[in-house]
Design a protein around this ligand. Structure first.
Ligand SMILES: [Fe+2]
Length: 247
């Protein structure tokens, strides 16, 4: 089990070189190679942790190509219809593509202890099991049966309003967002935005720039802010700024 970080101790952020190192080996071995103590420490100070490149450009292209294969998806959402923003996304159906399934299971294996630490710090009752399969079983037993991995696509002038991705009573407190396009080559604008709102404090805003194949770990709905007297809850939302130009 992961040793949990002392929230007062700060680990240095990964360097740009470390973040852009080409991914090698299986998905599980790439995820296992992440400095998880560093990730845990980073999340104690801000509402996101950049992860090293987890996907190759070829793997990103393969995923992008799946977007046109309707049989892979259970539903398509046109954001303008719901005032979510402008653009669209599709939820993958079961069976998930191997790469998505491997990412889910291997990321979960490192995240559940941090999730439990967060819940304990905020005096929340729910605890998460050690495998993703067990967590999915718990969700399914309470009626949360549909898979939630999704792929978004934005054209010029598209954007996504600030929101939280909540689907039911059982909420694993982390999600991982991957950049599948190449921001320098394919578009400008379209930056990931995060806000963090804590009681009686002004809302903080973060802009997270991702390169192709890179991922960022963000809280789904909150994170604990650790103080000497304990922890308090800061609510986190995410969105995407206007896509200014698109090749
Ligand atoms: Fe979202």
């Amino acid at each position: 089990m992961l040793r949990l970080v002392d929230p007062t101790k700060h680990f240095p952020d990964p360097t740009i070189e470390e973040l852009n190192r080409p991914p090698l080996g299986s998905i599980a071995s790439r995820v296992d190679a992440i400095e998880w103590l560093q990730v845990d420490s980073t999340l104690a100070t801000r509402p996101y942790a950049l992860l090293p490149k987890l996907l190759t450009e070829q793997e990103c292209t393969r995923l992008v190509e799946m977007y046109g294969q309707d049989q892979r998806f259970r539903s398509r959402v046109v954001m303008e219809r719901y005032a979510f923003g402008k653009g669209e996304y599709k939820y993958f159906d079961y069976p998930l593509p191997d790469i998505v399934q491997e990412l889910r299971a291997s990321l979960y294996r490192h995240l559940w202890p941090i999730a439990n630490h967060w819940h304990a710090a905020l005096s929340l009752e729910e605890r998460f099991p050690a495998t993703h399969r067990e967590f999915v079983d718990i969700c399914e037993a309470s009626g949360q049966r549909r898979p939630t991995p999704l792929m978004l696509t934005y054209a010029q002038d598209d954007y996504c309003c600030l929101h939280q991705d909540l689907y039911g009573d059982h909420v694993f407190p982390f999600q991982v967002i991957f950049m599948l396009s190449n921001p320098d080559r394919d578009f400008t604008g379209g930056e990931l935005l995060l806000t963090e709102a804590a009681p009686k404090k002004p809302t903080k805003v973060e802009v997270v720039h991702l390169n192709v194949g890179q991922a960022v770990l963000v809280p789904v709905n909150f994170r604990p802010v650790f103080t000497e007297r304990g922890a308090y809850r800061a609510n986190v939302r995410h969105g995407v700024s206007l896509t200014v130009s698109q090749e």
